[in-house]
Design a protein around this ligand. Structure first.
Ligand SMILES: C[S@@+](CC[C@H](N)C(=O)[O-])C[C@H]1O[C@@H](n2cnc3c(N)ncnc32)[C@H](O)[C@@H]1O
Length: 395
């Protein structure tokens, strides 16, 4: 169900707005559980056998699973409903954001003197992937309202509806689970400077400050509004984070100046060229012994045709033009091409710390590192909530 945010920026929503949010979360849950299961059944019973009849073999790729499903009633209903529900997510929070613009600015001003900082670069050429289309059907994309708090508030409130409670009370379950996993798996690793790239509103940045309180934490994003909102949101929670407007593929930091470069759900929104550059930049700014660590969608190489398509769906119908291209890439190759030693690459799945607790995360950090990575654990139809991640050290 819709999460109630845990900071002063949370909406002072009317009963109708609360009901609308809950209804939208509920519809999404129905789509992602029941209608998705119906689509899977239709694939097994109708679409894949019809494809086999025509091609004399099963669909082998995500693209072929898509081809097989197109036109099937179960696929049509699932897709039409998901698109509408996605639009409803953003629409369900728009009124409260508009009505509360003055209160949000007031709250942000009250927190302005708390530790942490915000540095915007009005002259920055904001890349097209950030502003030229409504990414994941979010009206106005990340630059809605320019450098006002609007885009951040829409994102924060919208994500609370979208995530149906699975991303934790503060939408930080990914950052909490991943940072704890790294702490448990590399207990002697003690970073003093951590960079989050593509942080949006910093919801998955703050957990790194909590995990490593003595470290300086810097979070960058190309879009100004979400950073302004994220900075105020962090200050209100007493978390000292430095937010800077900057492109991940053109970092304005010195060589060898960070111990960790982290990102969450970011790389799939970059073009192939930007992504390769972002990996090179991460390598450049990391100190020897530093760690690049990404939480992302699992790659197609780990999935069968249907599960691969199930994730790639967003590329076709949810305004995520680079999603499939990213998922077709191989994480180990991305790290290797940027200079990271092949033997330092690791990938893993970590159970949601909010759902399964710290012990489950500690357990996941033990044993064979590659164990458990695959479509059974990382597909969107997998049981439970597991986050996929990978990383590599700079030698
Ligand atoms: C899906 S959001 C990331 C979400 C967030 N990190 C999380 O944990 O949920 C993608 C973010 O990447 C930012 N972005 C896209 N291209 C960028 C680039 N080249 N450099 C920096 N940020 C970029 C967008 O502005 C947006 O805020």
């Amino acid at each position: 169900m819709t999460v109630e945010l845990q900071h002063p920026m949370k909406p002072d929503a009317t009963p109708e707005e609360i009901a609308r949010g809950r209804f939208t979360s509920g519809i999404r849950s129905l789509i992602l559980n029941d209608l998705a299961a119906d689509m899977r059944a239709a694939y097994d019973r109708r679409a894949a056998p019809a494809f086999k009849k025509e091609h004399d073999r099963e669909p082998e790729t995500s693209r072929e699973a898509h081809q097989a499903l197109r036109g099937d009633p179960a696929f049509n209903i699932y897709s039409a409903m998901r698109v509408q529900a996605q639009k409803m997510v953003w629409a369900s929070v728009a009124d409260s954001v508009e009505r509360e613009a003055d209160r949000l600015s007031h709250e942000a001003r009250k927190a302005a003197d708390a530790p942490g900082s915000l540095t915007l670069e009005p002259g920055l050429d904001v890349p097209k992937n950030v502003h030229a289309i409504d990414v994941h059907l979010m009206p106005g994309s990340y630059t809605r309202g320019a450098d006002s708090l609007e885009a951040g508030a829409v994102y924060d409130r919208g994500l609370a509806v979208f995530s149906m409670g699975l991303m934790g009370a503060n939408l930080d379950d990914i950052g909490l689970s991943m940072s704890q996993y790294i702490k448990q798996r590399f207990p002697d690793f003690a970073p003093s400077r951590i960079l989050d790239t593509g942080c949006t509103i910093g919801h998955n940045t703050l957990p790194w400050k909590q995990a490593y309180p003595d470290a300086e934490v810097i979070a960058i994003d190309a879009a100004p509004g979400p950073l302004a909102y994220g900075s105020a949101r962090a200050k209100m929670q007493g978390q000292e984070v430095h937010f800077q407007q900057m492109c991940a593929d053109d970092l304005g930091f010195e060589d060898e100046s960070f111990d960790v470069v982290w990102s969450s759900m970011f790389l799939h929104e970059l073009s192939k060229k930007q992504r390769a550059k972002a990996f090179e930049e991460a390598y450049r700014v990391l100190k020897p012994g530093g760690l690049v660590i990404h939480m992302e969608l699992p790659p197609n190489e780990q999935m069968g045709a249907f599960d691969g398509f199930y994730l790639d769906w967003d590329s076709y119908y949810n305004n995520e033009p680079y999603y499939k291209g990213y998922r077709d890439e191989v994480p180990a190759d991305l790290c290797k091409k940027a200079g990271f030693g092949e033997d330092t690459f690791f990938e893993f799945v970590v159970p949601s710390i909010g759902i399964y607790g710290e012990e489950a995360v500690a357990e996941a950090a033990k044993g064979d590192r590659a164990e458990g990575v695959g479509q059974e654990t990382t597909g969107r139809l997998a049981e439970g909530v597991m986050w996929y991640g990978y990383g590599a050290f700079k030698k």
